[in-house]
Design a protein around this ligand. Structure first.
Ligand code: BTN
Length: 247
């Protein structure tokens, strides 16, 4: 990972650049980093605010896995980021299902995994990581400001972004190699230890506007969230936006 790194001052989105490079046969582990993005993308078609001072990067992967397992990479990446932030800064780092990295109850990092498959095989996966390192979230538009924080705000000092990127890539490589060796169950256990969702009462907003509420009681071997609904029934949630309502 990171044997080849492309650095840009400004791009539309590092995920888009990575996709173009991957289509041009860029090798596994190629990394794209930009100082700022004009069209940063978040999950569910949302915009991602990407001012200078943050870490905006994408990694090209070519794992030999069935497309159905591509979402595992999101959890793999979450564990790598959470472990790195915890180790480097000792903050109260947690993960909100499926892939928001939190400090306390505020989001500091988002992960956008985009898989490109053909004939039911993965050609490549782009994992996009956005970390609010030295950014001032107070300057974010209101709808993005709420619930967000930055490392600088939490620590009170600037973070060395280049050093953090280096450490992140080293950790990512370790967790990713474990994943390729079939150790996803162990990685999931680490994910569970970071989870701030398990044990919380949550609201899940599904793609078609459906809303499900219940207590998050765990994640299954696929990384799907298991909810205990108010009527006591269990429901498996594969995707959706998760809002923590309380403990
Ligand atoms: C989320 O909605 O939480 C995911 C945000 C992912 C943002 C990162 S920044 C680098 C990469 N390029 C993008 O356009 N998005 C991802």
């Amino acid at each position: 990972i990171g044997r080849e790194i492309y650095c840009f001052d400004e791009v539309d989105s590092t995920n888009i650049i990575a996709k173009e490079l991957a289509e041009d046969d860029a090798s596994e582990g190629t990394v794209v980093i930009a100082k700022t993005q004009t069209r940063g993308r978040g999950r569910r078609g949302k915009k991602w605010i990407s001012p200078r001072g943050g870490i905006w990067m994408s990694i090209i992967l070519r794992p030999e896995i069935p497309p159905a397992k591509a979402p595992h990479l999101t959890l793999v990446t979450g564990v790598a980021v959470a472990k790195t932030l915890k180790r480097e800064f000792g903050l109260d780092v947690g993960i909100k299902w499926p892939n928001d990295i939190l400090i306390g109850d505020k989001k500091v990092c988002g992960i956008l995994t985009e898989a490109h498959a053909r004939f039911n095989t993965i050609e490549y996966i782009v994992v996009g990581i956005g970390i609010d390192t030295n950014v001032d979230v107070d300057l974010f538009p209101e709808e993005f400001r709420e619930g967000a924080t930055s490392l600088k705000r939490e620590l009170g000092v600037d973070v060395d972004s280049v050093d953090l990127i280096r450490k992140l890539l080293v950790e990512f490589e370790k967790v990713y190699e474990d994943f390729k060796r079939g150790r996803f169950p162990e990685i999931l256990n680490e994910w569970r230890r970071f989870s701030k969702t398990i044990g919380s009462y949550v609201e899940i907003r599904k793609q078609l506007g459906e809303i499900v509420r219940g207590e998050a009681v765990g994640v299954n071997s696929e990384g799907a969230l298991i909810l205990e609904l108010d009527n006591g029934k269990l429901r498996k949630i594969v995707s959706g936006e998760c809002i923590h309502l309380g403990r």
